[in-house]
Ligand binder design. Structure first.
Ligand code: PAF
Length: 273
């Protein structure tokens, strides 16, 4: 595995290899969910590039940038064992200069739900993903469905800017008890981890209600909110794939989302119907 720490090192490594490129952008603290993305990239492409970069521009003031988990040694090993060809591991100065041009998230979809709780977050995500896409020039890029709004906005950016990259959405990977894998789960103590299961339970409740034939969003959201008690819930939402609010679940075009704080950790989860 080649480890590239600058854009020029990465470009040199890409020139040596050639062929189709499967790209998995990450912020490190890799877990089985990332492994699933890497495996999918491995199967469909000649070469796999993973980036590990804790992107400062997607953290709001007061968020967990400085304490975001960093696991350099373990991450390098996971990449190596997963058959990654090139690991891009830049520092902030390799990615950002002074007073730069930025990508703006769309006015509506970028500022609802996650964007309302974290205004400006998606500007930072889209800016760094645009930079990474321009550096790596992937054939396909792999993103988890757990960050559903991020996935939708990156797909929209690729379409809006006529970029020739296939965005591949991948299923959320869960622990056996239903907890969605997330790098932020390391912040949870044993009791909080137990409480965090309320997110996946609420989504399971939503699925059960729909399977029983009740598709009314207000009813589903009310039952979910009961299941989530006594967590500090930021939002429960039912939207279509374009992130427009739905009064009724439409099978094949619905995402049910939840965001809640467990202790001081903010968690998100969703189910696609
Ligand atoms: O999902 C993430 O890990 C990050 O938001 C991403 C896409 C790597 C951009 O920093």
């Amino acid at each position: 595995m080649i480890i590239a720490r600058s854009v020029s090192e990465l470009r040199k490594a890409l020139d040596i290899k050639g062929g189709s490129i499967g790209f998995v952008p990450t912020m490190g603290a890799l877990h089985i969910g990332h492994r699933t993305l890497i495996d999918a990239a491995r199967k469909a492409n000649d070469m796999v590039v993973v980036s590990i970069f804790v992107n400062p521009t997607q953290f709001l003031p007061g968020e967990d940038l400085s304490k975001y988990p960093r696991r350099e040694e373990a991450d390098f090993k996971i990449c190596e064992l997963s058959g990654v060809d090139i690991l891009f591991y830049p520092d902030v100065s390799a990615m950002y200069g002074e007073d730069e041009v930025r990508i703006c998230a769309p006015d509506v979809r970028g500022f609802i739900l996650e964007g309302a709780s974290r205004p400006g977050h998606f500007d930072g995500v889209l800016t760094v993903v645009m930079k990474l896409f321009n550096i790596v020039r992937p054939t396909r890029a792999y993103f988890g469905k757990k960050d559903a709004q991020q996935l939708a906005l990156i797909t929209q950016m690729v379409n809006n800017f006529f970029m020739d990259i296939e965005i591949v959405p991948m299923e959320t990977v869960r622990e056996s008890d239903g907890l969605a894998l997330s790098s932020r789960n390391v912040y949870l103590n044993a009791q909080e981890r137990q409480e965090a299961l309320k997110l996946s339970s609420a989504l399971k409740k939503a699925t059960e209600i729909v399977m029983q034939g009740n598709t009314k969003s207000d009813y589903i959201k009310a039952r979910m909110e009961e299941t989530l008690l006594p967590l500090d819930v930021e939002y429960v939402a039912i939207v279509n794939r374009a992130f427009e609010s739905l009064d009724e679940v439409v099978i094949g075009d619905t995402i049910v989302l939840v965001a809640a704080r467990v202790g001081s950790t903010r968690l998100i989860d969703n189910v696609w119907m």
